[in-house]
Design a protein around this ligand. Structure first.
Ligand code: NI
Length: 158
């Protein structure tokens, strides 16, 4: 099992990884869709920005601040179909992710060891601690970084 510090280290590394993988990509690469039901790299970056701004940190903050907060499920498909796409230029996405991730890591620094054992409740997952949430968050980064790498490989092999 990853420790709290492992998860924080993963989260701290992602912004540089995203810049390395996508910071020079042109629109053809960013908008390449490997299959009809998969996301483009631009969509993955936008998803990471949106999750950071509206889901991931917000849940951590609520668990830290409220007594067993009841966290609303997030309908990712509905959100994706209706989200604001006005800031989806590559450099905007990378800058927004950086800003949001710095804020998230800053909030994480405010939590004491006991705070990581506080719990929240979400009807789809049940009860989980702040530490559980941080692990989920780091795993989510890893999944999507891998997805970007795979999409880039497919783009270069066309
Ligand atoms: Ni995701």
């Amino acid at each position: 099992m990853p420790t709290l510090n492992d998860s924080l280290a993963t989260l701290a590394a992602t912004e540089a990884t995203l810049r390395r993988l996508t910071g020079q990509l042109d629109d053809a690469a960013l908008d390449f869709r490997p299959a009809t039901d998969t996301w483009t790299i631009r969509e993955i970056l936008a998803h990471l920005v949106d999750d950071e701004a509206f889901i991931m940190r917000q849940r951590l903050e609520r668990i830290a601040k409220e007594e067993r907060p009841h966290l609303a499920p997030h309908d990712e498909k509905h959100w994706h179909a209706n989200r604001n796409t006005a800031r989806d230029a590559r450099d905007e996405l990378l800058a927004d992710f950086q800003t949001q991730r710095i804020a998230s890591l800053n909030v994480a620094q405010l939590l004491r060891p006991a705070d990581w054992q506080r719990v929240g409740f979400q009807p789809e997952y049940g009860e989980f601690t702040a530490e559980d949430w941080l692990k989920h968050w780091a795993d989510h980064d890893t999944v999507h970084v891998h997805q970007i790498e795979q999409t880039l490989n497919a783009y270069h092999q066309q």
